[in-house]
Design a binder for this molecule. Structure first.
Ligand code: HEC
Length: 148
């Protein structure tokens, strides 16, 4: 009986400690992923842009970079837009137009609301979007289906 007991508990113990390691590791991984999501700076690669995107870059860096950082890399006043949560599946071009015309209530980040950018017209937005989407692609951001 004692023999049987030992034979049962040893692997159980092993399985439990393995389980503990798995839980610990996934907690670590989850907090790292969360920290990454909330990071307000990303390193953005910008090269070989189309002419339209280059114009968009100028407009963006004049009108949006004060909060979203140079080339959309993020700043202390606003989130990076070269970020997977702004991939076209999650934030369509329509969402970008809406953000600029109506402003944004704080919901993803701790920076407060974005005021409407009424000095930016539709054609400027077209350029800005060429820039954002090209740079997103350059930085490995892929369209993901919206899940929420
Ligand atoms: C005064 C600061 C400020 C300026 C200027 C600004 N933004 Fe924002 N923007 C923010 C903040 C802060 C958020 C994040 C709100 C949140 O999700 O918590 C944001 C979010 C966004 C979003 C996400 C919208 C959504 O649906 O979640 C888009 C798109 C955007 N900004 C585009 C722009 C563009 C394009 C410009 C320039 C024309 C611009 N912003 C200028 C502060 C700013």
């Amino acid at each position: 009986m004692k023999f049987l007991f030992e034979r049962i508990t040893y692997p159980t113990l092993l399985r439990r400690s393995l389980w503990l390691v798995v839980v610990l590791l996934s907690t670590l991984w989850a907090s790292a992923a969360l920290a990454d999501h909330k990071s307000n700076h990303v390193d953005v690669v910008v090269e070989g842009l189309s002419e339209k995107a280059e114009t968009g870059q100028l407009v963006f860096n004049q009108s949006c970079a004060s909060c979203h950082g140079l080339n959309g890399q993020g700043s202390d006043a606003g989130p990076p837009l070269i970020h997977s949560i702004y991939n076209p599946g999650h934030h369509s071009n329509k969402a970008f137009y809406r953000a600029v015309t109506q402003g944004v209530q704080q919901h993803h980040w701790p920076f407060g609301n974005m005021p409407p950018q009424s000095h930016i017209g539709f054609s400027e937005m077209t350029y800005i979007l060429s820039f954002i989407r090209e740079v997103q692609t350059l930085n490995g951001i892929e369209t993901e289906a919206h899940r929420m």
